[in-house]
Design a protein around this ligand. Structure first.
Ligand SMILES: Cc1cc2nc3c(=O)[nH]c(=O)nc-3n(C[C@H](O)[C@H](O)[C@H](O)COP(=O)(O)O)c2cc1C
Length: 317
C-alpha cells in the first residue's frame, strides 16, 4: 500500500456514508499497489426489488462520488476510472490534481434521508449539476400514483420477502448497527415497529402498506415538492454516471439545509413509471420528496469493510 491508499483507507468511516437502496451498501473495496479497486457483492443485490439493477448501479455511482469527495477534502490527489468487469466497476488512481468538488466530508456526514415530516422548503434552490435533469412536481399530482405504486410493491411476495430480509426493526437484531433499514430510520414509533414485526412474522402483506406508510407515498403532504431526476438508463456505465450526479444533487440540497426522502416505488411499479415517463417525456431514475427536516436525519447503520483480500460470499443480509 502506498501513502495515499493507506490514508484513503483511514477515511472509511466517511466514504461509507454514501447512500444505497435498502442500505445494502453493495460496495467492495480492495487495495492494490497504487490503486483502490471498487466492486460489488452479489449477495447485496436486490434481485426481486431491483431486477434491472438500476438502484444497484445508482448506488455504486453515489459511492464512487462520495469516495472522491472525501479523498478531495483530505487533500488526496485521486481520479476515477470507471471500468466494468465481473463484480468490479471502477478504480481510484493517483492523479496530478485533487478532484474538484464543492462538497466536503462535513457535507457527506450531514446528509441523510428523512422519511417523516418535512417542512415545505419554499422555492427549491437550484443545485449545481441538476440543470435540465431535475423536474419539480407537486405531491398532489402524485398522490394517486403513490398509492398505486405502494399497492403494487406490497402485493409482490418476492419483493416483500426481500425487504423483510433488510429490515432491522429492533435494536436486538444482530445486524442493527451494520446495514439495512432500522425502525429509527424508517421513522417508526416503538408500537409501529412491534406491529410491523408481528405482521411480517405472520406473513400478512395487506397491513404492510399502512404500517410502512412512513417510508412511502402515504406521507406525501399536499402541495409539497417532489423532485424527479431523469436520465439515461442505458447500461451500467450510464447509471453509475447518473448515481454520481444524483448524490451530488443530494449533497447540494444538504448544503442548503434540506433533506430528501426517495420514493423509488414510483419508478419500480411499471404502471406509475410509464405514467411518469409520459408526463415528463424522459426516463425517471429517482423520485424524492424534499424539504426542511423537523429534526436531524436519524443516523443510518454502516458495516465495517473486510480486510484487504477478503472475497465476498453469499452471506448477506
Ligand atoms: C438508488 C437509491 C434508491 C433509494 N430508494 C429508496 C426508497 O424507495 N425509499 C426509501 O425510503 N429510501 C430509499 N433510498 C434511501 C436508502 O434507503 C438510504 O440511502 C439508506 O437507507 C441509507 O440511509 P441514509 O441515506 O440516511 O444514510 C434509496 C437510496 C438510493 C441510493
Amino acid at each position: 500500500m502506498t501513502a495515499w491508499t493507506e490514508r484513503f483507507r483511514e477515511l472509511e468511516p466517511d466514504w461509507t456514508r454514501a447512500p444505497s437502496a435498502h442500505n445494502t451498501q453493495p460496495w467492495t473495496v480492495d487495495y492494490a499497489a497504487d490503486e483502490v479497486v471498487l466492486g460489488w457483492d452479489r449477495a447485496r443485490e436486490l434481485p426481486a426489488g431491483d431486477p434491472d439493477r438500476r438502484d444497484l448501479f445508482l448506488s455504486l455511482g453515489a459511492f464512487l462520488e462520495t469516495c472522491l469527495i472525501v479523498a478531495a477534502d483530505a487533500g488526496l490527489r485521486v481520479r476515477p476510472e470507471v471500468e466494468l468487469r465481473e463484480r468490479q466497476f471502477a478504480r481510484l488512481l493517483a492523479a496530478a490534481e485533487v478532484y474538484p468538488t464543492p462538497y466536503t466530508r462535513a457535507t457527506v456526514r450531514a446528509r441523510g434521508c428523512v422519511r417523516g415530516a418535512l417542512r415545505h422548503p419554499g422555492a427549491v434552490p437550484g443545485v449545481p449539476g441538476a440543470e435540465g435533469r431535475l423536474v419539480e412536481l407537486s405531491s398532489t399530482q402524485l398522490r394517486g400514483q403513490a398509492a398505486t405504486a405502494d399497492r403494487w410493491l406490497f402485493s409482490s411476495g418476492p419483493v416483500v420477502r426481500e425487504l423483510r430480509a433488510w429490515l432491522r426493526l429492533t435494536p436486538r437484531h444482530p445486524r442493527y448497527d451494520q446495514d439495512g433499514l432500522t425502525d429509527r430510520c424508517l421513522g417508526l414509533s416503538r408500537l409501529e415497529a412491534v406491529g410491523l414485526r408481528a405482521v411480517l412474522a405472520l406473513r400478512l402483506n395487506r397491513p404492510l402498506a399502512p404500517l410502512l406508510a412512513a417510508s412511502g407515498g402515504a406521507v406525501l403532504e399536499p402541495e409539497h415538492p417532489v423532485l424527479v431526476f431523469t436520465g439515461e438508463a442505458a447500461g451500467p456505465e450510464a447509471l453509475i454516471g447518473a448515481g454520481r450526479e444524483l448524490v451530488r444533487i443530494w449533497y447540494g440540497l444538504t448544503q442548503e439545509g434540506l433533506a430528501v426522502h426517495p420514493c423509488s416505488q414510483l419508478i419500480d411499479c411499471p404502471r406509475t413509471a410509464a405514467a411518469l415517463r409520459d408526463r415528463l417525456g424522459a426516463t425517471p431514475l429517482a423520485v424524492f420528496r424534499v424539504g426542511r427536516p423537523a429534526a436531524p436525519a436519524p443516523r443510518s447503520a454502516r458495516r465495517q469493510l473486510r480486510p484487504a483480500g477478503y472475497r465476498p460470499g453469499r452471506t448477506a443480509p
